[in-house]
Each structure stands twice: as C-alpha cells, then as structure tokens.
Ligand binder design. Sequence first.
Ligand code: C2E
Ligand code: CA
Ligand code: CA
Length: 293
Amino acid sequence: DGSNPNQLLRSADLAMYHAKETGKNRFHFYQDEMNERAQSRLRIENELRVAIEEKSFELHYQPQVDIKSKGIIGFEALIRWPLKNGGYLAPVEFIPIAEESGLIGEIGDWVIEQAVSDWSELLKLNFHNARMAVNVSAFQFKQAGNLCRVITDALAAHPLCSPQNLTIELTESTLIEDIEDTIETLEALKRIGIALSIDDFGTGYSSLNYLKRFPVDQLKIDKSFVDDMLQGERDEAIVTAIISIAQKLKMKIIAEGVESVEQANFLKEYECNFAQGYLYYKPMPLDKIKSLI
Ligand code: C2E
Ligand code: CA
Ligand code: CA
C-alpha cells in the first residue's frame, strides 16, 4: 500500500485510525477508500476555515410546538452551509469534522451569537414568550468558561432575551465523558439561568444515574424512536417509558422528527409536551419565520 516508506507509513496510519474509530483491540488493513475519506475530510476542513473567515454559514430555524394546541413555543437553530452552486451541505457532513478539528469552537460561538440576535428580532415582533434552542457540541461544552461567557455576553447584548427562555441541547455522549466536570459545567450554565435539554435521548448511554444527578430541564426523544413507535411494540414501550421518566423527574419532554398525525396523536395521548417535525414546520430562514409569525 505504498511505493516508498513514507507512503507506506501513511497508509498504515490511516488503517490504524480506522481501527481505533471502530473500537479497541482491533486491526484493520489499509483500503483506498480510507485515503479518499481522509482527503475529503481534509478538503472540508480547509473549506471550513475559509467559511469561518468569510462568515458564510447561515442559521435556519425550526419551530417547536405545543403538542396540544399546535401553537409555536419556540425555535431550534440549525446551521446551514451554503454551497457555491446553490443548496446546502448537510450538517452531518461537516459538523463531525468541525468537531474533530476543533473548528466547532468558533462556529459554535457564532451560532450562539447569531441565534440570540435573531431571536431578539423575533421578540421585537411581539412574540414575547418565544423560546430559542441552540445545539452545543462536546468540544464547546468542554471549554466551559468560554461557553458560559459567550452565552452571557449574547444575552447581555439583547435585553429582550431572557435566560430562562434559552435552551441548549446537549447529547448524552457529551455529558458522560467526565461526570464530575459535567455536573460543574451544567451547574454553571444553570446559574446563568438557561434551560438544558438532552438531545437525541435514548440513542446514547441513557444512564438513569445521570438523570438523577444532572440539573436537566428537558429530554428530547430522538427521531429514530418516533419513526418506529407505531410499528413496533418495543419502540412504543421505549417512547412511553421515556415520557413517564421525564414526567416523574419533572422534566419537559419534546419529540423530534414528528412527520404524521398518527405519531402526534400517540404522543399527545401519552402527554408528551412539545413536538418538532415536518408535520408542523421544516427548518427555514429567519425571514420565513418572521412572515410565519
Ligand atoms: P438534531 O439536533 O437532532 O436536529 C434534528 C435534525 O432533524 C435536523 O437536521 C432537522 O432538520 C431534522 N428534522 C427535523 N424534523 C424532521 C422531520 O420531521 N423529518 C426529518 N426527516 N428530519 C427532521 P439537520 O438540520 O440536518 O441537523 C442535523 C444535526 O446536525 C443536528 O441533529 C445536530 O446534531 C447537528 N447540528 C445542526 N446545527 C448545529 C449547530 O449549530 N451546532 C451543532 N453543534 N450541531 C448542529
Ligand atoms: Ca438538536
Ligand atoms: Ca436527532
């Protein structure tokens, strides 16, 4: 897999990384696709640097609704990266790369600032109780001091935006890395007064121990369970169990990826509080949100 020592070592390195990514105590042979993947990652990483420099990201907003009244209670900010030839590169294509390279730090700061500033615009339109939710990655969460400062500064710059109506969405994998550090950071965030939501709930470790210990306000049921809850008894049981755990722990519950009336009715029956999905609204640019409300 190489015609000179350097190339050979590079290929071995790629194979090693691949093995590490898929778990411990494994070996893996080099394959050409690994090189292609590594090159495409490198290309995206370089393009991300340019995009940060040129501030070429956009935020779209997906309304979150009260499941009973279907009224909009708030919005989730979702990043979009416009392509030169129109359309967008999906976040799943670049967020993981931004995360690994640490570029998510700068991108994430921008997301918080922009989302709060756009949210303030919406509040000026007389939509006083609208909430805003922002996704925060593991990398950002680990830089706790910076995260708290960026949030505090953004809120201070926009007096209409009250901390208790700002939610940050964190995934389980972000939270379980170092429990004591996590608790400290979550408590610092709670001191700012913002709300905390566990994103993609059920897909990670879903430890009951951390639910007990973390000051979390909301669980977000992952789309994969919502997709299958009407098809399989097991998914149905998982969804209803998540809802009842949330209720007993006095947390709010929101379902993501709701696409059908049947799903909405089922969730309503089990007293899920909020929902988000194509059944109600797709993510859209700020202008569209403004005309919508
Ligand atoms: P997520 O936080 O779980 O966001 C939900 C995703 O589901 C979004 O995809 C949203 O557009 C999509 N979605 C919502 N309702 C429906 C539905 O009814 N049907 C279907 N098929 N999809 C629906 P999107 O915008 O592509 O984002 C993907 C992921 O990228 C997000 O998953 C989140 O993990 C990440 N992400 C997006 N924006 C940011 C950001 O600003 N910062 C960070 N760190 N991550 C972000
Ligand atoms: Ca989310
Ligand atoms: Ca999800």
